[in-house]
Every structure is written in C-alpha cells, then in structure tokens.
Ligand binder design. Structure first.
Ligand code: DGY
Length: 325
C-alpha cells in the first residue's frame, strides 16, 4: 500500500503528479490557508506532511499526525515555520527546497531595486490615471542604479545571485555575513566584505538575504535605519521579521531613508497600513519565487524529499540528518 501523505495546498500539476504516482495524497481541497483545527485533523494518520510557509508545524501538529509521521517536506527554502527541534526529538525528517528558487528570487530582488529607485510602480499608476500630459525634466525623476553601492546582508545562494546581477549594472558590491566568503566567490562579483556599520553607512541599496532566526529577528531596527544614507533604499525578499516594521515606518516617515522595496512583512499577510500609503514603498505579496518554472521545481524537490524519506533513505535536503544515525 502506498504511504499516506497530506499536502496543505495544491501545488503546480507536475509536482502533484509525482506525488500521486508515489503516495495516497490527501490535499487541502480549498484555495485558502487551512485553519489550525483543519491542519490538526488532516495530518492524522499520515506518514508525510507537505506544508507551506503559511503553516506552523510544531510538536502539536506532529503529535496529531501520530507515531507514523516520518517527514515534514517544506515547500520553501526558509523553514522558520517548522519546529526543527521538536521534529528531531521525534525522529521526523525535515526538508526544504534550496537552490531551485535562488535565481528567481534574485530576479525579483533586482526588480524591487529597479522599481523603487526608478519609481516604476508610481509612474505606471500616474500614467494609467491619465495624468501624463507632457514630458518634463523633473517628471517622476528617481535615482540611478548603475555605479551605485549595493550592500547585501547575507551572501549565501540568493545574496550571491543578486550580486551577480548587480555586477552587470556596474554596482559596487559590499556584503556582510557571519563569515567571509571564499576569495574566489568575492572575486567573481568584485564583492567587498565589510562590517555591518560600513555596509549601512556606504550603501545606496541595502538588501536583506538572511534566514529568520532568533539572531536575525529585527536585525534591522531604528539604529540600523538611522545609520543609512537619507538617499538610500532598503530591500527585503527574505523574511519580514528581519526588519522591525514599526522602525521602518518611522524612518520612512522621518525621511531618514529614501524608500523601500518589500516582498515580505513582519505580520504577513498583514501589511502595515502606513507602508501601503507611501509612494516611495513598493509592496509585493511575497512573490520572490513565484514563477511557474520555480514553483514547479520547488514542488518536485519537496516530492523527491518525501519519496526518499518514505523509502527509508536520507532525503536529499534533510535539515536534521542526525536522526538517521
Ligand atoms: C521560501 O522558499 O522560503 C520563500 O519565502 C518562498 O518561496
């Protein structure tokens, strides 16, 4: 008999097909996030759970599944929605989908940099409203991107992919991370490792590419925002909680920084009402990885993790391989 799995939201068809070939798949029939009660009752008796970042998978959910649960295959590279320690304690594998969304997320990051600096969304709204009467020297003037300085917090896969793109715009690239990258990687994009203060002080664009953890929660707060240039922009395609959103609203309101490009929010899907009123903020509904190619690949990676774990192998993207020793 095929193992029973639960998928919390319908995935692109290619991924659903692969899952259905291998498992008895039960899937959330509705196009909405499950309630906590629905999640707790749906996991009962399943050997595999495939959640999204919209579900908190903690010990209670794992226990609701029962003793047979062997894998939580997250449909995301970030896994702050999963209690990894609780899974490890119960010998349940946890996997994510690294790699396949790197380039797509980096594309969107560049999109935010371009949009916010060149006022693309504002200009589109202006033109659609029938306000374009004459070309004018100061009509919707923004800031240049080329030859400017990009500061990257986090120089992992996505940070580096953004740096590669930025190098094509002749940007100077600074980065800060827990540890310095290999000289060869730095050389490829001409990136300079700097301390946090230098990055904040010298960058025209500060872009955040760190995972959410207790160490990165509110990593950008009032002090950091005050250290930035008043002409600088902040970009976030990682996790909303990395930036203290009240501090961001205050800094934007006081014109301590020039603008923000945000794909993620501290209380997602809620967006701070003040941000939504600011013309110098571009707001996207967490679409960093949202291309059909990438969302399909993410589903295939999650499915392959599930297949390996339920066959008794260590899944390729296992975050707690220690459960297998
Ligand atoms: C992730 O994978 O962590 C993104 O936020 C969604 O693709």
């Amino acid at each position: 008999m095929k193992p029973q799995i639960f998928v919390t939201r319908r995935l692109p068809q290619g991924a659903m097909d692969l899952l259905e070939e291998n498992f008895n798949v039960e899937c959330n029939p509705n196009d909405r996030v499950l309630t906590r009660e629905e999640l707790l009752s749906s996991v009962k008796g399943k050997q595999g759970l495939l959640p999204l970042l919209t579900e908190t998978v903690d010990g209670e959910v794992m226990d609701a599944a029962g003793k047979g649960l062997r894998i939580v295959a997250n449909y995301a590279v970030g896994y702050n929605n999963i209690d990894l320690a609780a899974a490890t304690a119960r010998k349940i594998a946890v996997t994510n989908t690294p790699g396949v969304l790197t380039e797509t997320t980096a594309d969107l990051t560049m999109g935010l940099i371009l949009s916010v600096a060149r006022r693309i969304v504002e200009a589109d709204t202006f033109a659609r409203a029938g306000k374009y009467r004459n070309w004018a020297p100061l009509l919707l003037v923004g800031a240049d991107i080329h030859n400017k300085t990009l500061g990257l917090f986090g120089f992992g896969r996505i940070g580096f992919a953004v740096a590669r793109r930025a190098a094509g715009f002749d940007m100077r690239i600074l980065y800060h991370d827990l540890k310095r990258a290999e000289a060869e990687l730095e050389k490829q994009v001409n990136a300079e490792y700097v301390d946090k203060e230098t990055l904040l002080k010298e960058s025209d664009f500060v872009s955040v590419h760190v995972p959410l953890s207790p160490d990165t929660l509110h990593m950008i707060g009032p002090e950091e925002l005050s250290s930035m240039k008043s002409t600088a922009f902040i970009i976030n395609t990682s996790r909303g909680e990395v930036i203290d959103e009240d501090a961001l609203v205050a800094a934007l309101g006081a014109k301590k920084i020039a603008g923000a490009g945000l794909d993620v929010f501290e209380h997602e899907p809620k967006i701070h009402p003040a941000l939504a009123k600011m013309d110098n903020v571009v707001i996207l509904p967490h679409i960093g990885s949202a291309s059909i190619e990438t969302r399909t690949q993410m589903g295939l990676v999650a499915a392959k993790n599930m297949i390996a774990a339920l066959r008794g192998d260590v899944p390729p993207n296992c975050l707690n391989p220690e459960i297998y020793v």
